[in-house]
Design a protein around this ligand. Sequence first.
Ligand SMILES: [Fe+2]
Length: 137
Amino acid sequence: MELEVLEGLLNKAYRIEVAFEDEALFKAFIDVVDAEQKDVIFRLMTDSERHKKVLEKIAQDLNLKLEKPEKILIQSQRIFNEIYKLELDAKYIYEGIVEKFAAHLKEHAETLRHLAKEEEMHAKMVEKFVDKTLRII
Ligand SMILES: [Fe+2]
């Protein structure tokens, strides 16, 4: 029962990580000319790929299943606003999972704590671009 709840929550985190594969984000990466914004988007794409792999490994170790998630649609006109929210949501989910399921996670609790810190850092990187509408469509 507890493990099923953990599985559900890991799937929710996975869904957010997968959202960073979104075409809108990749299009923003290609279209944006501001070098700092480009760097930030590249960093987010890279880290979310890594986070996906981490979640896959944890799920495998704990014998839990990650499903191919439903897409979260990122609105390209307000891309940094959307990303900012997703980063914070990921941070809260990782923190919540660690708090409630540390006993099941064992050594993976530390890994997820680290992911939560990275999401917080991502949110900080993106924060200054929030509310600046990008014209990328
Ligand atoms: Fe992430």
